[in-house]
Structure formats: structure tokens, C-alpha cells
Design a protein around this ligand. Structure first.
Ligand SMILES: Cc1ncc(COP(=O)(O)O)c(C=O)c1O
Length: 364
């Protein structure tokens, strides 16, 4: 009954964790990929108003001009390029689907640094293309040399995700410039997933979009404003690509939710630094705690940390953690390796302390 395309899809890694988790009462849940703060009041209020004003129907597929203009203005301020092409999407996930559909033919290849956000590989394979993983262990940096070696005739694009899910790595200017130079030479598109750009703790955020003209920039509202369920994001990049993505959106998602687009304008005007600041502290707490018992890199952003598991067996360690009521995710969900595990620190400090203590104890 099912297509070959979907029969190859496998969600077993995460499913196993959640099957086990279903049996727990009140777990120390460090598996969640969304912030633990509420959507700021002003944004909530604007969404409710918009519903009451009757903003409940389809919008134009590319998104209401008021939101696109507000996004464009901010991008111009950040990158100094006028007339940006902006498409409002149903989250960054929506942008990824459209991007892969528009960029890839069956048999094409896309390079992704490993570990990677789970969706990339599955979506690339869904459109019949191949995800070429470039191993970045143990430092999780952007290894331009290795990426260069992975480029072949059918390579079309490279995905970068900084700050990264699951490692928290943040790429610096020099690394990104190296990649831009390579991509320019090989005429490749860089898909830059910047959904965690506001969660960057040690240095000003550097975007790929400011350095390379063939960058498809994807940003979202989900993580920044705690509105993961509202489904709002945007894409900006080469006109030809954005136009086609809009066309495909018309035949798939149609548009991002109307009332959410209006609230998105308010979100862009909302200072979120007070909500984000505690995450630096949480990062420090978790990093300092875990580094006593695990080999671990200090994450510079997002809200994840990716330590190495005892005996290089992430699945086994996660099973043990779950027996102790702590929920974490095995590294092989995000990687071809099973040597690590992901901890999300989007949780209260009290919960983080408990979780870190249990994990350290388990490490022996
Ligand atoms: C790296 C990365 N990209 C994209 C997404 C999807 O975000 P959205 O809610 O905007 O679809 C996530 C969500 O976890 C993510 O971690």
C-alpha cells in the first residue's frame, strides 16, 4: 500500500525513547526541544485580537505583506541588502520541505555535518536525494576540508545549522567564510538553518546569509518566542528559489496560519533577551556539572548539550537513565554514531540539577 519513499522512513530511535518514557511518572524530562518559557503576553494578545478581527481565512501564499515587510526591514538592518526576497513559511520545517523539493532531483546529493537535526536526512531522502554525512566528531566544528572532499558531481547543497541541534556548536566567522568560499567555487546552495540564532551565549551571532549570495536563510519563531505550536517561520534567499518555493507552498501548506502571521509582527518587536538570558546560566550549570563525569564540549548556543556516553554506547546509557527516571535522547537519532547522547537544558534549574546529578552518578 505504501510508497517506497515512506517505507524507508524510520522513527525508531525517538519512538523507543518515548515508548519507555510513557511508563514514567513525573520524569526528569531533559528531552524536550522547546523553550520552557511562555509566549510573551503581547504576542498572545495580538493573536487573540487577530482572531477576533476576523483574520481566520487563507492569506496570500507568500505571507501578509506587513509581516514580510517587517522581516525584510530587519534583514536589511542586519545584512545591508535591500529588496530581500522573503517567504513566510509554516515553521522552519515547512521551509525545509519546500527548499528540498525545489533544489533536488532524485539522485542529487546534499552534504550535512553529522550530528544533524533529524529532519534533514529524512526529508532529503523523501525527495529521492541522498544525504551525505560529514563526520564532525569530536569537536563538532564546521570542517570545511572534509566537506570539500565530500563534494561530488551530484552535490547540490550544503546544510548548516548554527547554533546546532543537537550539539549546541556555534560557527564563527572564519569557519563560515571558509565554507562560503568553497560553496562559491563549487556553485552550491547553502541552506542555513538559523532557528536558534537568538540563543547564542558567548559571542555576537554570525550568519551565513551575510557572506554568500546563494544562501537560503531559514529562520523561525518557534524557539525564539516559545511558540512551537504556532507554526511560523520564514525563508529568504535567491529570487528564483524563493519564487518556486512560494509556488510549491501554494500547492502544499497554502499559507502559514493567518492570525499567527499578525502576531509574528508583534513578536519581531518583542525584546526576548530577558527570557533567553537564563539559558546561558542553564548552559553553564549543565556543562559544569556534566563535564565532571563525561567528555563534553561546551555548547555556545541553542539549548542542547551532547556528551559522550560511557562505553561509547548512547542507547545503552539512555536506557539506564530512563530506568532512573531521566529522559534524554540517544545520539544515534541525530547521527550515524551511537557514541553520544543529547540533553536539553530547556528546563528549570531545579530539574537540571537533579538530572545532572543522576546522569553523573550513572556514569560511575
Ligand atoms: C535545527 C532545527 N531546525 C528546524 C526545526 C523545526 O522548527 P519549526 O518549529 O520552525 O518547524 C527544529 C526544531 O526542533 C530544529 O531544531
Amino acid at each position: 500500500m505504501l510508497s517506497k519513499r515512506v517505507s524507508r522512513l524510520d522513527a525508531s530511535g525517538i519512538r523507543k525513547v518515548f515508548d519507555l518514557a510513557g511508563k514514567l511518572t513525573n520524569p526528569v524530562n531533559l528531552s524536550i526541544g522547546q523553550p520552557d518559557f511562555e509566549v510573551p503576553q503581547a504576542i498572545q494578545k495580538r493573536a487573540i485580537e487577530a482572531i477576533k478581527e476576523g483574520q481566520n481565512r487563507y492569506t496570500v501564499t507568500q505571507g501578509i505583506w506587513q509581516l514580510r515587510q517587517a522581516i525584510g526591514q530587519r534583514l536589511d538592518e542586519e545584512f545591508g541588502v535591500a529588496e530581500r526576497n522573503v517567504l513566510v513559511t509554516s515553521g522552519v520545517s515547512g521551509g525545509l520541505v519546500l527548499a528540498f523539493l525545489c533544489l533536488l532531483d532524485p539522485g542529487d546529493e546534499v552534504i550535512i555535518p553529522d550530528p544533524y537535526f533529524v529532519m534533514y536526512k529524512s526529508l532529503i531522502e523523501l525527495v529521492g536525494a541522498r544525504a551525505v554525512l560529514v563526520d564532525t566528531y569530536p569537536d563538532f566544528r564546521l570542517h570545511v576540508e572534509k566537506i570539500s572532499k565530500a563534494i561530488r558531481q551530484r552535490t547540490r547543497a550544503i546544510v548548516v545549522n548554527s547554533p546546532s541541534n543537537p550539539t549546541g556548536a556555534v560557527y564563527g566567522r572564519a569557519e563560515l567564510e571558509g565554507l562560503a568560499e568553497l560553496a562559491r567555487q563549487k556553485e552550491l546552495v547553502v541552506i542555513s538553518d538559523e532557528i536558534y540564532n537568538k540563543f547564542c551565549y558567548d559571542e555576537p551571532y554570525v550568519s551565513m546569509a551575510g557572506m554568500y549570495e546563494r544562501t537560503l536563510l531559514l529562520r523561525g519563531f518557534s524557539k525564539t518566542y516559545g511558540m512551537t505550536g504556532w507554526r511560523l517561520g520564514y525563508a529568504s534567499g535567491p529570487a528564483q528559489l524563493i519564487e518556486k518555493m512560494a509556488m510549491v507552498q501554494q500547492y502544499t501548506f497554502v499559507c502559514a496560519p493567518n492570525m499567527v502571521q499578525w502576531a509574528g509582527i508583534t513578536a519581531l518587536e518583542t525584546d526576548i533577551s530577558e527570557q533567553v538570558e537564563p539559558y546561558r546560566r542553564k548552559r553553564d550549570l549543565v556543562y559544569e556539572g556534566l563535564s565532571k563525569a563525561f567528555e563534553v564540549r561546551k555548547p555556545g548556543g541553542a539549548f542542547y548539550i551532547f556528551p559522550r556516553a560511557p562505553k561509547d554506547d548512547g542507547e545503552e546509557f539512555v536506557r539506564k537513565a530512563i530506568e532512573q527516571n531521566v529522559l534524554i535522547i540517544p545520539g544515534n537519532v541525530f547521527s550515524s554514531r551511537n557514541s553520544h547522547f543529547r540533553v536539553s537544558y530547556a528546563a528549570s534549574e531545579e530539574l537540571l540539577r537533579r538530572g545532572v546529578e543522576i546522569l553523573c552518578r550513572l556514569a560511575g
